[in-house]
Write a protein of this length. Structure first.
Length: 232
């Protein structure tokens, strides 16, 4: 049976930035890193709904690939899930004025002591858009060389107990399909890198400073929320 549904043309395949008016915004609690907030939002039909979510600064991740198609990964303990996950180097966009590429370069140097000469935007995604504000850009980094950790960097908490390893990309993809690797940035990034490499799309990937619509949308949303807070 054929599905009687509209088919999007190639140029129509894109997420849409849409604004539903926020009539009330408030904080439910602030933690060490994140804030839990509540918005009352007016829908297009006029009803007002309540949505709670975690505010987030956004983040970057790095799929660093060596000349033998091995992915640089870290094993990091994640307390909320009670797993030591196999992850790519990644971190928050929490330094004022730091560009996304500079943040990715810093994270790769801090977590692995590695620099890269070739950077491309691999994929952008939103980690859990039903309850979390985070948008994340994943870079593909190649031309890897050892480097010093940034001056003043001290690993603490979970990072003090990380291991840095290399994982053959084909084996990593097999492990993802087998359910043995579950970190979302690793899953999204590794499968995207595999697809780009195997279908000849690497040279067509976006430049490292390509626009990031989700960041622009976040800037506008944060400005609106700040105005709402200022007016009580």
């Amino acid at each position: 049976m054929e599905l009687d549904l509209p088919v999007l043309a190639a140029g129509e395949i894109a997420d849409e930035i849409v604004h539903w008016p926020i009539v009330e915004h408030g904080s439910l609690g602030r933690g060490v890193i994140q804030e839990f907030v509540r918005d009352r939002v007016r829908t297009p039909s006029g009803e007002v709904m309540t949505r709670d979510y975690l505010a987030h600064t956004g983040a970057v991740g790095v799929i660093a690939l060596d000349d033998e198609e091995r992915v640089l990964a870290v094993r990091q303990y994640r307390h909320p899930v009670g797993f030591r996950l196999l992850e790519p180097p990644a971190g928050l966009l929490d330094l004022d004025g730091e560009h996304w590429l500079a943040a990715a370069e810093r994270e790769l140097a801090e977590e692995a002591g590695v620099a890269a000469s070739d950077w491309r935007v691999l994929v952008d995604y939103m980690t859990s858009p039903g309850c979390l504000q985070e948008s994340l850009r994943v870079y593909l980094a190649r031309g890897l060389t050892p480097c010093d950790r940034p001056e003043g960097f001290v690993a603490d908490g979970e990072e003090a107990h990380m291991d840095v390893v290399l994982v053959p990309l084909d084996d990593l993809v097999d492990a993802i399909y087998a359910g043995r690797v579950q970190n979302p940035t690793m899953v999204v990034g590794a499968l995207s890198a595999y697809a780009a490499l195997r279908t000849g799309r690497v040279d067509g990937l976006r430049t490292p400073s390509a626009s990031w619509p989700a960041r622009d949308a976040k800037h506008d949303r944060d400005a609106e929320l700040a105005r709402l807070r200022a007016h009580g």
